[in-house]
Design a protein around this ligand. Structure first.
Ligand code: GDP
Length: 593
């Protein structure tokens, strides 16, 4: 048999044009479509997927024009760390460290950032800095340090939850007169969860009530032992008010950076993270980006999640227009068609047209991802089977200190050869939004004992897909964790997605109600499966399939490429463009290895 002939099929094509492409009679095309369950006339348009099925069956090899362009940029973006791991050793150059300032409220984060900014930034010709873009660079001993100037672990962890690891070093500010406070403990947990080394700035040493040694003792008690006490945490006494110790602090940051040796390839694939975005009168969307690999240039086309645009103008942190920027440089750019979110990663694509094509492709892929959930206690074990996840990460909140210590030590005693249990953060007080963001960034589960869940936390937990479990009996909490680790949490089911269809038309049928006239895009639909209706990437309804029809007949299953009618139990409100996802649940045997 002759080899299949390649034809280029657009996203939508009329039956007549498809027939012409294949040099066959339109009647034959209509017949072929009918055998596949698609009823159309000669002037009707069919989409690429349908045309492709017919073309293949008629001995052709269909391609979309995009495919023929021959690139694979629709694929998921690798993180900048992955990119750097792929760079050749010889191309890697040292880059300035990126620093975030964390600590309890009023301990002096903003004061320190302002002081360093004013004292150590090389000023522009205009004299002084006019722009605040969310980050700046300071010089010390001829070396550059990038400071992110949105202080606090909330911003830090929110970025991490979006997938961005922007920070190399965390400076933990602790007021010498106040010592460790709740947000200090949180900040330590957040920095540790991100695996970021901590440099401590003991601030306000100008105060007569300052007790730096007491603070050092407190820090040692939580595992941060000062270097002058044979530990490995650099601690510097400073005063933002009296401008004391700032050089020592910068020195300590550079020393820590030296052992980290942060690197990137200035000639490599350009990528980085969004630090912030806002709209400015006359300039449109201004986004602050941190370049993490490669070199960003004016004229490059950015693609950031679902926004894109050609960089019209680029400014450094002093507000000076620049043409290009390398690794660790914060820049502010104009030209995007919408507001990206802090923590989103950017990439460079060939053109705005290419960006639109990638977005269309990603939209299809994201429908796939919608139902994927983060870790929950119940399905921790089944996920462990699937992903080989061996670590159960917990965040524990309790009402009073008196119950915290016994709970933590009981949890630590739940040993298991298979699973490592790690408590990312243990604290007192209600479950906060910050706890949820930490859980989201680290894929942890939150356990509360005799505490409430704040409204903001509840909202964040829903949108981030984080599980919160609260208990009034410690024994029940421990028992659940134990069961989860043994895979005994009943019932342990695994959901398997078997297919995905798109609603093309809604039919009203007397006595039956609304039927979703759908097209099976991938996989298959089964009469005995469950289904969820997805709209704008959100699940709007989930129930069993109550009817499945091909043409007029009830059928048991429908395969990819076919049109069919479906009804999901207790649902009527289908809309064109909805995605119906079919899934089955399979039981995972407890203890199954
Ligand atoms: P943040 O909430 O951590 O950003 O703290 P701020 O930088 O806003 O500082 C909180 C308060 O502490 C302000 O009133 C500052 O003036 C004061 N402060 C900051 N640093 C020092 C310091 O070194 N010494 C003294 N005495 N006060 C300071």
């Amino acid at each position: 048999m002759a080899e299949n002939k390649t034809i280029e099929v657009p996203d939508f094509i009329t039956v007549r044009d498809l027939a012409a492409l294949m040099e066959v009679s339109p009647i034959d095309v209509i017949k072929e479509l009918m055998t596949n369950g698609v009823m159309v006339n000669i002037n009707q348009q069919i989409d690429f997927d349908t045309a492709a099925i017919v073309a293949e069956e008629m001995g052709y090899e269909p391609h979309s024009p995009d495919e023929i362009e021959g690139d694979d940029e629709g694929e998921a973006l690798s993180t900048w760390q992955e990119l750097i791991a792929q760079e050749a050793e010889k191309d890697l150059k040292s880059r300035p460290p990126v620093v975030t300032i964390l600590g309890h409220v009023d301990h002096g984060k903003t004061s320190l950032l302002d002081l360093i900014r004013n004292a150590n930034v090389v000023e522009g010709e205009a004299g002084g800095i006019t722009q605040h873009i969310g980050a700046y660079q300071a010089e010390h001993d001829g070396q550059t340090i990038t400071f992110l100037d949105t202080p606090g672990h909330e911003a830090f962890t929110a970025m991490r939850a979006r997938g961005a690891q922007t920070t190399d070093i965390a400076v933990l500010v602790v007021a010498a007169d106040d010592g460790i406070m709740p947000q200090t403990t949180e900040a330590i947990s957040h920095a540790r969860a991100a695996n970021v080394p901590i440099v401590v700035a003991i601030n306000k040493i100008d105060l007569p009530t300052a007790r730096p040694d007491f603070v050092k003792q407190q820090l040692s008690d939580v595992g941060l032992t000062p270097d002058d006490w044979q530990g490995d945490t650099l601690m510097v006494a400073v005063s933002a008010k009296e401008k004391l110790g700032i050089d020592d602090l910068l020195e300590a940051i550079l020393l820590t950076a030296e052992s980290l040796n942060p690197q990137a390839n200035p000639q490599g694939t350009t990528t980085g993270s969004v630090l912030e975005a806002r709209t400015e009168r006359g300039r449109g969307v201004m986004a602050t980006l941190l370049v993490q690999n490669g070199t960003l240039k004016v004229g490059d086309t950015l693609l950031i999640n679902d926004h894109y645009g050609r960089i019209k103008a680029m400014y450094d942190y002093k507000g000076k227009r620049i043409k290009k920027a390398g690794p660790s440089a914060p820049v502010s750019v104009s030209g995007l068609n919408g507001m990206p979110e802090a923590g989103e990663q950017f990439e460079i694509v060939k053109s705005e047209k290419e960006a639109r094509r990638i977005l269309a492709e990603q939209e299809r892929e994201q429908e796939l991802a919608v139902a994927q959930r983060r870790t929950s206690l119940e399905d921790f074990f089944s996920q462990m089977q699937v992903d080989g996840q061996k670590q159960l990460l917990l965040i524990v909140k309790v009402d009073v200190q008196g119950s915290l210590d016994p709970l933590v030590s009981s949890l630590e005693k739940i040993e298991n050869e298979e699973v490592e249990l790690e408590i990312l953060h243990a604290g007192i007080g209600q479950i906060s939004e910050s706890d949820v963001m930490l859980a989201s960034a680290s894929d942890a589960v939150i356990l509360g004992f005799s505490v409430d869940v704040g409204p903001a936390a509840r909202k964040a937990a829903t949108s981030e897909g984080v599980e919160i479990r609260t208990y009034d009996v410690i024994y029940h909490l421990l028992e659940d964790v134990e069961k989860a680790m043994l895979g005994l949490m009943e019932p342990t089911y695994k959901q398997v997605i078997i297919g995905r269809a798109e609603v093309r038309q809604v039919f009203r049928i007397k006595r039956v109600g609304n039927i979703a006239g759908s097209y099976m895009r991938t996989g298959e639909a089964r009469r005995n499966a469950m289904a969820r209706v997805i709209r704008d990437r959100k699940v709007v309804h989930e129930d069993r399939v109550s009817s499945l029809k091909h043409l007029q007949d009830d059928v048991r299953e429908v395969k990819q490429g076919f049109e069919f009618g479906v009804n999901v139990a207790r649902f009527e409100d289908y809309k064109e463009g909805d995605i119906i996802e079919f899934f089955v649940t399979e039981q995972v045997q407890p203890g199954q290895a």
